[in-house]
Design a protein around this ligand. Sequence first.
Ligand code: PBG
Length: 324
Amino acid sequence: MYPIQRNRRLRSSESIRQMVREHHLRPQDFIVPLFVIEGHNTKEQIPSMPGYFRMTLDLLTDEVNELWNLGLRSVLIFVKVPDAKKDNKGTEALNPEGLMQQAVQTIKSITPNMVVMTDVALDPYSNYGHDGIVENGKILNDETVAVLGEMALSHAQAGADIVAPSDMMDGRIGHIRQRLEDENFPDTGIMSYSAKYASSFYGPFRDALDSAPGFGDKKTYQMDFANRFDALTESEKDIAEGADILMVKPGIAYLDIVYELSQKLPIPIAVYQVSGEYAMLKAAAEKGWLDYENVMLEQLIAFKRSGARLIASYFAKEAVSLIQ
Ligand code: PBG
């Protein structure tokens, strides 16, 4: 007998496909990474990230207004620090008039309802290009955590809604939460990069910020990409220490981790589609080897399907323009 169930029935027209479609992209799903530089009226294209720019504070005004008008509701700020301001302890990271602090204030003054997230890690400020303080070739954990606590506090004082520690030191979420509570910032959120892998997909980002490690690699703090167990234990600890949102990073190669965390853990999971992922698609599209827009949307939907509630992506602006 002929099959009673024919799966193709629900695929037979665009209307019926729309009716049974499970996942959608909305502007509010995205977190837009922004790269900020010192100076005036300057917008520089990042060579390994075609179509993506670093910009000065004055140019942020137009950019953030445009994002807001597209329905985007959150940005994640990174700053490029001149070499002269880098040292081993991230001193400049605590400067209340530093570039990050000014960027937060600028964005909040233009678009007060934009959720402003800040990167908390020492690498852009480190003369070694590492996420922590270096001593005898090692990355010190607890000494770094102490600085990260003050850095997060300084971002909160500047007006950040959510601080996003991307450093992978042990115990930093608990310490940051405590510092925020102590200093009366109980409403400042923490988005923890809880499952951040030691990945070679971060190359273009390190070009963007001139933050590549000066020696060695980041494998003593970022996770071994051959492992799953770490993702779960790191994330459970971060929830216990006070994280509000967890992040998996990179994206497409780690959908199993996104799925597992979103199934098992009771708080929103974000995923970071990182610079190398952006660069790969741009490069393939430049060669005419892939359908740029459709591959982009397919990857973004894959994040939603695997359970991500939020997506940090360099495609955010283009994707939102396409879906509207
Ligand atoms: C550093 C940081 C990195 C990224 C975000 N925060 C790079 C790294 O860990 O070396 C990568 C983002 C991207 O590749 O898009 N704390």
